[in-house]
Ligand binder design. Structure first.
Ligand SMILES: [Zn+2]
Length: 152
């Protein structure tokens, strides 16, 4: 197929991408373009929503927000660093009269096993009662019962 003179002219117009002729339509189009560009440049960016899972913000409630009952009590205790179930390693005491081993109990007595010396293979068991500090019948270490309340 042989291109006519008219075809060649159109092709040339497209390639050269000349500015639009200053007709009324062209001017209007340019103005519209300019206006939307101006708007895009001056418009404030939409506020970025804060990263939050909070229920108030319509997000997913956190564990703290939806916990109830015992779970909430445990969560609060864990946050405060308390040990409601005595799950952590007990604090060490000297076992002297001034610094007796504190034994938490939910009742008025508790069985205590004393490993009198570090390498002992036998444990000396005895009942520790509420009131004054008691001594291990074998080594004489002091033990003191302290009231402890379970969350439930
Ligand atoms: Zn002992």
């Amino acid at each position: 197929m042989k291109a006519t003179k008219e075809d060649r002219k159109i092709t040339l117009d497209v390639i050269s991408a000349r500015p639009l002729p200053a007709t009324e339509e062209g001017e209007m189009a340019a103005r519209l373009l300019l206006r939307s560009a101006f708007r895009a440049a001056t418009r404030r960016p939409a506020p970025v929503p804060a990263v939050s899972r909070a229920m108030a913000a319509g997000g997913i409630p956190t564990d703290e927000e939806q916990a109830t009952g015992l779970e909430k009590v445990i969560m609060k205790a864990t946050k405060e660093g308390t040990d409601p179930y005595s799950m952590m390693k007990p604090k060490e005491y000297a076992g002297s009269k001034a610094d007796p081993h504190l034994v938490p109990s939910i009742t008025t007595k508790r069985i205590v096993g004393c490993i009198c010396e570090e390498d002992n293979t036998a444990v000396v068991w005895f009942w520790l009662h509420e009131g004054e500090a008691q001594r291990c019948p074998s080594c004489g270490s002091h033990y003191q019962l302290v009231a402890h309340e379970l969350p439930h």
